[in-house]
Design a protein around this ligand. Structure first.
Ligand code: 6R9
Length: 659
């Protein structure tokens, strides 16, 4: 969008400003906090950490380390503090909020609702921690959690935290191969799963996938299985003697008192695998105190959290949004957090709004892809319901176009709610660039302004920092408490991925524009990371799955704009000499991607090409393939360095069939 097309700033003056825990209620307060955090980051965050987190031994140190020396000395925040994250999320709420609903679970069927108060959740987490300890899980050891959206997933995460063990949640859509990779990479000794997951009336065979993942593996000694459906088809759930245990035989029988383990501020809390431009997914490591401070702070500030809020984040616990804004941030803040098992279109396209009305949800947080899907059904399914409880609407995961933003604001929010377009990443732990409700004047499509502690810089192709309005690569200048500290088992990969492109700066992988008001507009990834329906996937992961099949010699995968999913996946593939059965190759290609990554990874356009456009030195020019997939073959730029420029014409003609 050009400056001339920029919609006007939306006035938020008349929004309610009472009873918030946010501390930032208007723009002067925002500017004041931002300036304080910039002038004295250590002091500012130490004060926040002491206020928002429950400490066993309060820290005296703020930040140690910087982005220049991150190779030799990892970033540390609050380094001499001691805590247990689960005490911040549970124990300390018992006195004031023991009977308050901590988790409000809405199952796949709208009639299935469960509420767990803070005391009940505390008791369940203690039970689970005792059971896991009994199974041998110790401080510092890793547990894989491969579950659907049930309260037990959050219970398992908090139980690991209580033991000082490190969880790695794997999204329930991932394949057996992807689960196996993660089990191996983090050296997990326990897997926590469930018989079947439920989504949109279907069974997701979680246990069967775990069995396939662990076939022939020796590291995992125990598999703890939560029973979601006692009537699940027997062929989906077989239990292996000596290895597999039912949750109801172990956790339910364990004691509900448990003394939490003392952890250092910088002990790892969890590993979360995420896709990058190259190679296999990286296990990003988040540590206890900085992560918790950042998620609690941002959850309270961005959403203007109130004590009586019913807060719902519709993300999956398997992604970072679920970690930070279903589990850790909200529970640390003593909020009521909704866990939603189903999908926005089941049993009907008004499911979200029906749920908002039934539970009187006040803050609702979802992804642009869901908004686009629902907007396509028009305003009627929304208007059927009384949405007057809503106060703040959030989005995350991908850029939201101004049309979808307006629909969210007008139809769902009835022009009454703040809309917070929160930009952040698995790496950042929590929100970084986002409006603060209700303080920040919004502009549809812009993530607006950086939170306190976040110093964005736009860098041009010559590594120069831009001053004032302009477009460039988005970097962040100074460590904030929530930044991931390392890549599990490979600190060098962490350094080379994020800190070598522009030395001394964290490079986000995103492109971004800054307008004359200093507002940020994320334009999407500038690297080889795809964002399909808010799911982050690496083109390299698709390509390695494709070239592993017999029929294919080469593959290059790029994204293209998709009206609902944000991005679609376009795969260019070259048949192996001697193979000519395209139908068979296509079938195997789709199957290979599903087996290697998971059900959420799908090729939208599979195009057979005679060869890939390569330079004389053999490098595939992805820029050309991207332009062709985007439907702009007239904007290919310089193709003179190609070894065989004629291949481009054939590819362009083939791609036309898709448009
Ligand atoms: C939280 C999460 C991170 C990537 C990020 C960017 C995209 C996320 C966005 C957004 C524009 C927003 N992204 N939020 N782009 N506006 N509000 O999604 O983490 O899965 O690691 O993805 O998602 O491209 O770099 P993750």
């Amino acid at each position: 969008m050009t400056e001339a097309e920029r919609p006007d700033i939306i006035d938020v003056d008349d929004r309610v400003r009472a009873g918030s825990t946010s501390q930032i209620q208007d723009m002067p307060a925002y500017r004041e906090h931002w300036a304080r955090a910039e002038a004295d980051p250590g002091g500012y965050w130490l004060a926040q950490a002491k206020q928002r987190v429950h400490w066993r031994k309060p820290p005296t140190r703020g930040l140690e380390g910087d982005f220049w020396s991150v190779r030799d000395s990892p970033i540390a925040w609050f380094g001499d503090g001691e805590l247990n994250v689960s005490e911040s999320c549970l124990d300390r709420h018992l006195e004031r909020r023991g009977d308050k609903t901590a988790i409000l679970w809405e199952g796949d069927e709208p009639s299935e609702v469960r509420k767990l108060s803070y005391s009940q959740l505390h008791a369940e987490v203690c039970r689970c921690a005792n059971a896991l300890a009994e199974l041998g899980l110790k401080k510092g050891e890793r547990a894989i959690i491969y579950m659907g959206m049930v309260p037990e997933a959050a219970i398992a995460m908090l139980a690991c935290a209580r033991l000082g063990a490190v969880h790695s949640v794997v999204f329930g859509g991932f394949s057996a191969e992807a689960v196996r990779d993660r089990v191996r990479d983090c050296g997990a000794s326990i897997v926590i799963t469930q018989d079947v997951g439920k989504r949109g009336g279907k069974n997701i065979p979680l246990k069967r996938t775990v069995d396939a993942a662990l076939e022939g593996e020796h590291g995992v000694e125990k598999v703890l299985v939560y029973q979601r459906d006692a009537e699940a088809p027997a062929e989906l759930v077989s239990m292996q003697d000596g290895r597999d245990l039912w949750w109801h035989d172990t956790v339910d029988k364990a004691s509900e008192t448990h003394e939490a383990t003392t952890c250092g501020a910088e002990d790892p809390l969890f590993i979360l695998y995420t896709s990058g431009s190259t190679g296999r997914p990286k296990g990003l490591v988040h540590t206890c105190a900085g992560y918790l401070t950042w998620t609690a702070y941002t959850h309270a500030v961005t959403f203007d959290l109130r004590e009586d809020d019913v807060y719902a984040c519709a993300a999956d616990i398997g992604w970072v949004t679920g970690h930070s804004y279903i589990v850790y941030g909200p529970l640390c803040n003593g909020a009521t957090s909704v866990i939603f098992e189903s999908i926005p279109t089941y049993p009907d396209v008004d499911r979200y709004w029906d749920m908002v009305a039934r539970h009187q949800i006040t803050v609702f947080y979802t992804a642009p892809t869901a908004i686009r899907t629902l907007a396509a059904h028009g305003p009627e399914p929304v208007r059927k319901h009384d949405l007057s409880s809503l106060r703040v609407l959030g989005t995350v995961g991908e850029p939201i176009d101004p049309v979808a933003w307006q629909w969210y604001y007008e139809v769902v929010g009835q022009e009454r709610c703040a809309v917070v377009d929160t930009w952040w990443q698995t790496e950042t732990g929590g929100h970084c660039i986002t409006p603060i409700a209700p303080a920040t004047p919004e502009k549809p499509g812009s993530a607006t302004l950086p939170l306190p502690g976040i110093l964005p810089t736009l860098v041009d192709d010559d590594a120069r920092a831009l001053i004032g309005p302009g477009q460039g690569r988005l970097c962040l200048e100074h460590p904030w408490p929530g930044i991931a500290r390392t890549v599990w088992g490979d600190h060098e990969r962490y350094v080379s991925t994020y800190f070598t492109m522009f030395e001394g700066r964290y490079f986000t992988g995103d492109g971004c524009r800054r307008d004359a008001d200093g507002y940020y507009w994320i334009t999407g990834r500038v690297d080889d990371v795809l964002n399909v329906s808010g799911h982050r996937m690496g083109t390299a992961e698709f390509e390695s799955a494709l070239i592993a099949i017999d029929e294919l010699a080469e593959a290059a995968v790029v994204g293209y704009p998709h009206p609902v999913k944000g991005q679609g996946v376009h795969a260019y593939v070259v048949l192996q000499p001697g193979s000519d059965d395209r139908a068979e190759a296509a079938k195997n290609a789709h199957r290979a991607v599903r087996a290697s990554i998971g059900a959420h990874a799908r090729i939208d356009r599979l195009q057979f090409v005679p060869g890939l456009p390569k330079t004389r030195s053999g490098k595939c020019m992805r820029r050309i393939l991207r332009k062709i997939a985007e439907g702009e073959p007239d904007k290919l730029g310089d193709v003179s360095t190609l070894a065989d420029p004629s291949v481009v014409e054939v590819i362009v003609r083939g791609a036309e069939l898709f448009s």
